[in-house]
Design a protein around this ligand. Structure first.
Ligand code: ARG
Length: 460
């Protein structure tokens, strides 16, 4: 049986249905250019180890470069009967240069090739994702700067809580993205290690220079343990975890945009170009962009769970199950990249409806905490102050009045410590001004936070 590279030991052809079932070329063709890159470096390493003659190495490299051109031009025919990307390229090389092509596989296993290609692929994707993450961070800071000074109701439990600067609220997302960026940078240290030279799992039996090979391919260093090198998929799982965190935060942000765009809130508007209408209701303008990002978060998290489940309980070293690792990872990196890009576009286009936001500030007793703090300033213990303020809010609610509209005698009925200076405390601006504390919503603090973020971004 000559059709398969392992055919020597086999007495019958592969079942046609099984052959179709087991192929991976339909998705791992995405790794083709990385396979070429790794093979070019491996050929060189074999030559330096005295395994390949100079002219054999040259022939292999020339053939590989031709294949690379065909792949880039979209002319290369990936064939299912050759199973995966490694064998498709090996076959093509054989067709180009004959028998010498088969020398390239000396001491080499697909088990190490697949993880080498996968790591190289992910290094590029992480680079691209970091670019989008950074533009989202930039768009966020720009928006915070554009609407600096706008005060909105802050929420807990989605109920009016305390006044907050809009800029401060959205800079929370900047901070989330900043930590995701740092996570990716840290992850790159563990991603960029080179499995080549691990062979099937026991290590290459031909003395190639692994360090040189790793460096040539842009890795930081070679992997240490050859069994680990072919067995581990932690590098894919760790990325999926970070991507799923990114998507989680995007989904929360999108949820806020969706709520804020509802007529009940009417805090913001999103440009038409990121919204869609209804096929039936002519008046509709729906925040579909935000909804789709919120929805796609699920598939990225599912990818993490899918790969985790795939690896759970698998014995070392390589098992064919692991071929199933690629589709969820490919999908998750694409989805996350797209969502980050759309999110920066939407954030840049976001319009704040300041007058509407202002209307909301008079609702929900946002200044109740200020009143309690005022009582504290008059020597009343906070728990008591809290209780008295609660009673005042209850009364005001019944009277359909805001706190600042209560008369002094109305206040005095609850505490004789309340004087006319209480009204100075009961302004929205005062609530912001009283929070000039590191990390707080005070005007100066937020300005500083924006400046710091701009500096961080310019240094990245
Ligand atoms: N296509 C395989 C994968 O994606 C490559 C490694 C195959 N190795 C093997 N021994 N069958 O995992």
């Amino acid at each position: 049986i000559k059709a398969k590279p392992w055919g020597g030991r086999f007495q019958e052809e592969l079942d046609k249905f099984f052959e179709e079932f087991s192929e991976s070329i339909s998705f791992d063709h995405e790794l083709a250019l990385y396979e070429i890159k790794a093979s070019l470096a491996y050929a060189e390493a074999l030559k330096e180890a005295g395994v390949l003659l100079e002219e054999e190495c040259l022939a292999i490299k020339k053939g590989l470069l031709e294949i690379e051109e065909e792949i880039k031009a979209g002319l290369f025919l990936f064939r299912k009967e050759y199973e995966d990307v490694h064998m498709n390229i090996e076959k093509a090389l054989f067709e180009k240069i004959g028998e010498v092509a088969y020398k390239l596989h000396t001491g080499r296993s697909r088990n190490e090739q697949v993880v080498t290609d996968f790591r190289l692929y992910l290094a590029d994707r992480v680079k691209e994702i970091k670019i989008e993450l950074k533009s989202l961070m930039q768009a966020t800071v720009d928006k915070a700067e554009e609407y600096y000074g706008v005060i909105m109701p802050g929420f807990t439990h989605l109920q009016h809580a305390q006044p907050v600067l809009f800029s401060h609220w959205i800079m929370a997302y900047y901070e989330m993205m900043k930590y995701h960026f740092q996570r990716l940078e840290d992850y790159e240290k563990r991603l960029k290690i080179c499995p080549l030279g691990s062979s099937a799992f026991a290590g290459c039996a031909f003395g190639i220079d692994r360090k040189k090979l790793a460096e040539k391919l842009g890795f930081i260093e070679p992997t240490q343990n050859s069994v680990f090198a072919v067995s581990s998929r932690d590098f894919a799982l760790e990325l999926l975890f970070v991507l799923s965190l990114i998507m989680l935060d995007l989904s929360r942000w999108c949820e806020e945009l969706i709520i804020w765009m509802s007529p009940e809130f009417s805090f913001i508007d999103l440009p038409d170009r990121f919204c869609t209408g209804s096929s039936l209701m002519p008046q509709k303008k729906n925040p579909d962009g935000a909804e789709l990002i919120r929805g796609k978060a699920s598939s990225v998290n599912a990818a993490f769970n899918q790969l985790w489940g795939l690896m759970k309980g698998l014995p070392l070293s390589y098992n064919r199950d692991m071929q199933e690792d690629k589709p969820p990872v490919f999908k998750a990196v694409k989805t996350t990249w797209q969502c980050l890009r759309l999110m920066s576009l939407m954030v840049s286009g976001l319009i704040l409806k300041k007058e509407n936001i202002e209307k909301h500030l008079s609702q929900g007793y946002l200044l109740a905490t200020e009143l309690a703090d005022y009582l504290v300033s008059k020597g009343i213990p906070f728990r008591k102050a809290h209780h008295i303020t609660g009673q005042i809010v209850y009364y005001a609610e019944k009277e359909k009045k805001s706190l600042e509209n209560l008369t002094l005698s109305e206040f005095k009925a609850f505490s004789d410590r309340i004087e006319a200076d209480v009204y100075n405390w009961l302004t929205i601006e005062n609530a912001i001004k009283r929070r000039e504390i590191l990390g707080g919503t005070g005007f100066n603090m937020v300005k500083q936070a924006i400046e710091l973020a701009k500096k961080e971004l310019s240094e990245r």
